[in-house]
Design a binder for this molecule. Structure first.
Ligand code: MG
Length: 160
């Protein structure tokens, strides 16, 4: 069985009057994330990680932000479409690992909810969905609370 690894990165700016959705889970609070879609940085980084592992391009190619159809789009749906695409190419996801870098919110309370939400979309057991939170120790744009970043790694098994 061939094993392939992909990495994905995403960032979004915090914005008032927007929802904060991470890994398909709405996190209550006074601040949300700005973006063309629902700004779910976990889903976006994961989508790039699995497309990258399969060598099938990136999220911007699959869902251009110039297309009005992608405005406010559910990022779980985009992730599911990428999973479908890599599946058709003969790959299955083994596991994923996500780190969200933000001063707030603290993600630990939502970790198990996010894992349960993402498992079925990725077609893997939630045990194989790792979600971690990190602060940026107050440094730079993340430290100033301007936004958050997310890094994701995915491994695929397949016949090519
Ligand atoms: Mg994004």
């Amino acid at each position: 069985m061939a094993c392939r690894v992909g990495i994905g990165y995403d960032s979004h700016r915090f914005a008032a009057g927007r929802k904060l959705i991470l890994g398909g889970v709405e996190i209550p609070g006074e601040i949300g994330l700005d973006g063309h879609s629902d700004a779910d940085a976990i889903c976006h980084a994961l989508t790039d990680a699995i497309l990258g592992a399969a060598g099938l391009g990136d999220i911007g190619e699959m869902f251009p932000d110039t297309d009005p159809a992608n405005r406010g789009r559910d990022s779980l749906e985009m992730l599911a479409a990428a999973v479908e695409k890599v599946g058709r190419a003969g790959h299955a996801i083994s596991q994923v690992d996500v780190t969200v870098i933000a001063e707030r919110p603290k993600l630990s309370r939502y970790r198990s909810q996010i894992r349960s939400r993402l498992g079925p979309v990725l077609r893997i057991d939630p045990e194989n969905v790792s979600v971690k939170g990190k602060s940026n120790e107050g440094m730079g744009w993340i430290g100033r609370g301007e936004g958050l970043a997310c890094i994701a790694v995915a491994t695929l098994e397949g016949n090519r």
